[in-house]
Design a protein around this ligand. Structure first.
Ligand code: PGA
Length: 248
């Protein structure tokens, strides 16, 4: 059985005042019935740990492929772990776009995260132009094979399918479209890593997940949870998604 995961990605949002949302989430969901994760800005991880309680895990939003060294402005997997993180989001489309991250770079970061003892949430997804050109599955296959290191297991890897055109837009794919990609990712992971590992990796959907559409998305085959941006910033919204996942 794969543990369901509701993951919140705060992106470049949040200062100390917003820790109250994490405290409220933890208070409202002491036994959530699924794994709950918040990935705040790295500046807040240490403080968030103090208010998140045992029911809310914390994660980073990126890490460097090296453990330490002369990389001004970067943060290593070991540092995230030391601050209280257990997960790190890697290869989000905003980082691929804003920072020119290639799938090969994402794979190196994921390897470093796994070596440090973090779970990597590797993000992949097609653009609207790629979907309209009917290249979605080719893009997914390429990103999946290049962004994931050979050291992946069901414990240290989570894959998030995030169509770029659905992020922050209010648009979502149909449940058939989500199911097609998730079944395809499962098949690819089983082929590469064998059935045992391939079946145990959790697959999240991300892109405009809200309390109102969460239940129908969680009913799709091979959807083991969600990576949530905007709707993770408020405890009440994210709590609705957590509840929908626990009941799915
Ligand atoms: P969104 O973002 O939920 O605001 O669409 C999702 C993400 O980028 O992870």
């Amino acid at each position: 059985m794969r543990r369901k995961l509701a993951a919140g990605n705060w992106k470049m949002n949040g200062t100390r005042a917003d820790l109250a949302e994490i405290a409220a989430l933890a208070e409202a969901h002491p036994e959530p019935g699924c794994e709950v994760l918040i990935c705040p800005p790295a500046t807040l991880i240490d403080r968030a740990r103090a208010v998140a309680g045992p029911s809310v895990a914390l994660g980073g939003q990126d890490c460097h492929a090296a453990g330490s060294g002369a990389h001004t402005g970067d943060i290593s997997a070991v540092m995230l772990l030391d601050a209280g993180a257990h997960y790190v989001i890697l290869g989000h489309s905003e980082r691929r776009e804003d920072h020119g991250e290639s799938s090969d770079m994402v794979r190196d970061k994921a390897r470093a995260a796994m070596e440090a003892g973090l779970r990597a949430i590797v993000c992949i997804g097609e653009s609207l132009a790629q979907r309209e050109a009917q290249n979605t599955l080719d893009i997914i296959a390429g990103q999946l094979s290049h962004s994931i290191p050979d050291s992946a297991t069901g414990e240290n890897l989570v894959v998030a399918y995030e169509p770029i055109w659905a992020i922050g837009t209010g648009l979502t794919p149909t449940t058939d479209q989500i199911g097609e990609v998730h079944d395809f990712m499962r098949m690819k992971l089983e082929t590469r890593f064998g059935e045992g590992v391939g079946r145990s990796v959790r697959l999240l959907y991300g892109g405009s997940v809200k309390p109102g559409n969460a239940a129908e998305i969680f009913a799709v085959s091979n959807v083991d949870g969600a990576l949530v941006g905007g709707a993770s910033l408020k405890a009440a919204d994210f709590g609705g998604i957590v509840t929908a996942l626990a009941q799915s």
